[in-house]
Write a protein that binds this ligand. Structure first.
Ligand code: NAI
Ligand code: OAA
Length: 268
């Protein structure tokens, strides 16, 4: 019997994740989706349709709910999932900048919250170095189209659009993790991942650049502290369905779920 998984969100990550997990029926059974807005619920590779579930049904059959929807979905469903005793794997880590939600999701139980490494690497090192870190700088660079979304304030939208027409890279944001995830809720969860791993939001500074020439999404992470200095440079291919999302994210979630289902090797 495999691990029973429900997908909360069936967009670019959810569909890709479904396809990857379908290759491991001995370890994982994807039994449905919690996403009433998904236009279709069948994985392209297998054509397997998934039922759309309500929360009560999902909680009755899932051992793990894998969130790949939005920070709003973490706010809406996260506390109930954890309170029910079901485990929750979270992609939209930006939701956890809210200390109240963080308490409900990360500290209450009895369900366990797992945080995906998502679109970056090095979180094991950041976690291990938590007490020694003075500062983390995250420079994220994406094509302008990957940064535009309907909730952006007008001047910021205009700045990103101007970068697109000028052809030159333009830094469109510099500031805190909290402000970054407020302005780009589906685009900079990796900043929250670094802050959560480092054990504090105040030490992380975020810069976002719109780069019309970018062919990869780039995350440059520079860590300074008494334990040493560490730099990671990550260049990710975008998901073919969503230019805002690195394709690595679905692979990271699949890898994490397979690990929960017992597949090694286990790096800890
Ligand atoms: N931790 C990380 O490194 C990364 C995290 N993400 C997070 O993953 C999320 C999903 O990414 P994609 O699949 O590319 O987005 P997408 O826009 O392609 O798909 C999102 C799906 O979730 C559904 N959804 C949104 N809010 C919902 C809600 N409240 N309840 C139920 N369903 C809901 C939508 O209907 C859509 O089908 C992003 O919004 C972002 O927050 C994305 C990339 C990297
Ligand atoms: O996929 C990426 O490269 C990063 C991203 O969207 C996020 O952190 O939300």
């Amino acid at each position: 019997m495999g691990l029973n998984v429900v997908l909360l969100g069936y967009g670019a990550i959810g569909r890709s994740l479904h396809g990857m997990l379908a290759r491991h029926p001995d370890r994982i059974a994807v039994i449905g989706v919690l996403d009433g807005r998904a236009p279709k619920t069948a994985d392209d590779a297998t054509g397997t349709p998934l039922p759309v579930l309500d929360l009560a049904t999902a909680l009755g059959c899932a051992e793990v709910i894998a969130e790949c929807a939005s920070p709003a979905a973490v706010r809406e469903f996260g506390p109930d999932i954890i309170a029910s005793g079901t485990d929750l794997l979270i992609a939209s880590l930006g939701a956890l900048v809210d200390p109240r939600l963080r308490g409900l999701v990360l500290e209450r139980g009895p369900g366990r919250a797992y945080l995906t490494t998502g679109a970056i690497g090095g979180l094991d090192l950041v976690r291990a170095s938590a007490g020694t870190i003075d500062a983390i700088d995250l420079d994220t660079r994406k094509p302008p189209a990957a940064l535009l979304h309907p909730g952006l304030p007008g001047p910021l939208r205009a700045g990103i659009a101007a970068a697109a027409t000028s052809g030159d890279p333009c830094t469109v944001f510099s500031g805190s993790v909290e402000r970054a995830v407020e302005l780009f809720p589906s685009n900079i969860n990796v900043a929250a991942a670094l802050a959560l791993a480092a054990g504090g939001f105040t030490r992380v500074h975020v810069t976002i650049t719109a780069d019309p020439a970018a062919t990869l999404t780039r995350h440059e992470i520079r860590i300074q502290g008494s334990g040493g200095n560490h730099t990671f440079l990550i260049g990710n291919a975008a998901d073919p369905e969503n230019p805002a999302t690195s394709a690595l994210t679905a692979r990271a979630m699949a890898s994490g779920l397979l690990r929960l289902a017992g597949a090694g090797p286990h790096f800890i």
